[in-house]
Design a protein around this ligand. Structure first.
Ligand code: 5AD
Ligand code: SF4
Length: 443
């Protein structure tokens, strides 16, 4: 019987992509992917370190795995337990010290070593293998693409790491320096995905719009250049990219939003805060006014653009007036959707030692901001009612006979359609708007 691997993913979409690639790597080793930890021969937690809560989740999940590992041992075989992702990178050996159950720790740049580590852990009962190097080679080069069926949408990591050093953020430490994958490899991988039925590709990077990979012509390509080249692939119907820094929104990328029909009119462009004083303390290197004028320029290129963003409330030193400026900025932009978080001090980051805002103040600000963002999202969704829009049918819905698709603005859309139509883009008249989704009928 084939060995089974279970991978649980936390955090961002980069982790989702990495988990798929780890699954691919283990599949090439003869493992089968399973959707439960129970009975698995290899369990990998692909972790997130971005906020303290996210990190703590890793340890509580490891605790829950203990009885499953014991049951497996009783049946005469071993459950190898691995921790991957940003907690692995940040904590390394500390994880094994805190939870001796862990057999292997593998950082985000070393996933191609997972099969070998898993082999060593299972065959020799080696414990506490830790691999958190940043090797020079591209980890993805050594992993063949999955044989298992792909859905109509796929992620493609084009860039990793970050050189921006925002004062709150662990990413430059866990994911390392900014690195772009060569354009030719990406084009090849994208063509392969499309040949296997993928019609929408989302380009991923912690700082995706800083992409500057080597092109086949021997010159560095910008993200806009890469998007233009990808748009030529026959059969590819939609492109997206995430996540972007305002300072890397170059002129050619702004223009691409008007030039490329295949590029969806939805942009995740985090600003984090609306007060210039706080933006400066965050080391964001742009002002609120610069962000607003940037939005105006992108909207000029693509008038139907919908915006998404990230916000942090309660950054050290943030007072009521600063927070009010965040609220004012949100009102001015009008987001279709956004994420907001209480500041969480991360060890080793510059802001961690500074004057912390009291927890209850953070909580109150977050509630106020989320009320406003929810209201904007509801307004955006209800404005879609009565419109007809192209929906990419992605997967079965909860009810029989129902499919869920995505609008150009990334909203989930429920409608009745036969299961075999997954992968089609159909015109749908939107009839109802819910908080986080829409429903409609084929036009
Ligand atoms: N505390 C709270 N939120 C954070 N983010 C990043 N670091 C922190 C932190 N220390 C948020 C930012 C970022 C998103 C991925 O997570 O808003 O854009
Ligand atoms: Fe978590 Fe950030 Fe790492 Fe993604 S990049 S896994 S969100 S810490």
């Amino acid at each position: 019987m084939a060995k089974k691997v279970f991978i649980k993913t936390y955090g961002c979409q980069m982790n989702v992509y990495d988990s798929q690639r780890m699954a691919d790597a283990m599949e090439a080793e003869g493992y089968e992917l399973t959707d439960m930890a129970e009975g698995a021969d290899l369990v990998v937690l692909n972790t997130c370190h971005i906020r303290e809560k996210a990190t703590e989740k890793t340890y509580s999940e490891l605790g829950r795995l203990k009885p499953l590992a014991e049951a497996k041992a009783q049946s005469g075989s071993k459950m190898v337990i691995g921790v991957a992702g940003c907690v692995a990178q940040a904590e390394g050996e500390e994880i094994v010290r805190r939870q001796p159950l862990v057999d292997l720790v593998v950082g985000p740049q070393a996933y191609h070593r997972l099969p070998q580590l898993a082999r060593r852990a299972s065959e020799h009962n080696a414990a506490g293998l830790v691999e958190t190097e940043f090797p020079a080679e591209d980890k993805f080069d050594h992993i063949p693409l999955a044989k298992r069926a792909l859905g109509p949408t796929a992620f493609l990591t084009v860039q990793e790491g970050c050189d921006k050093f925002c004062a709150f953020c662990v990413v430059p430490y866990t994911r390392g320096a900014e690195l772009s994958r060569p354009a030719e490899k990406l084009l090849r991988e994208a063509r392969e995905l499309v040949a296997r039925g993928v019609v929408e590709i989302t380009l991923l990077g912690q700082n995706v719009n800083a992409y500057h990979g080597m092109g086949p012509d021997g010159r560095e390509w910008s993200l806009a250049r890469l998007l233009h080249a990808l748009a030529e692939i026959d059969g590819l119907k939609r492109l997206r990219f995430t996540t972007s820094h305002p300072n890397d929104m170059s002129e050619d990328l702004i223009a691409a939003h008007g030039e490329l029909e295949i590029l969806m009119p939805y942009l995740h462009l985090p600003v984090q805060a609306g007060s210039d004083r706080i933006l400066k303390a965050m080391n964001r290197k742009h002002s609120a006014a610069e962000y607003l004028s940037l939005i105006e320029r992108i909207r000029k290129a693509r008038p139907d653009l919908a915006l998404s963003g990230d916000f942090i409330v309660g950054f050290p030193g943030e007072d009521d007036a600063d927070f009010e400026q965040t609220m004012a900025l949100v009102r001015e932009v009008g987001y279709a959707q956004a994420y907001s978080f209480k500041y969480s001090a991360r060890p080793g980051t510059p802001a961690a030692g500074n004057d912390q805002v009291p927890e209850e103040v953070k909580a109150a600000r977050l509630a106020a901001l989320q009320d406003l963002l929810n209201e904007q999202q509801a307004r955006f969704n209800s404005r879609c009612v009565g419109q007809t829009m192209p929906i990419l049918l992605e997967k079965p819905g909860r009810e029989p006979g129902q499919l869920v698709g995505r609008s150009p603005y990334l909203q989930p859309v429920h409608l009745n359609a036969a299961a075999e139509r997954v992968g089609e883009i159909v015109e749908v008249r939107i009839e109802q708007a819910m908080r986080n989704s829409l429903s409609g009928v084929e036009a």
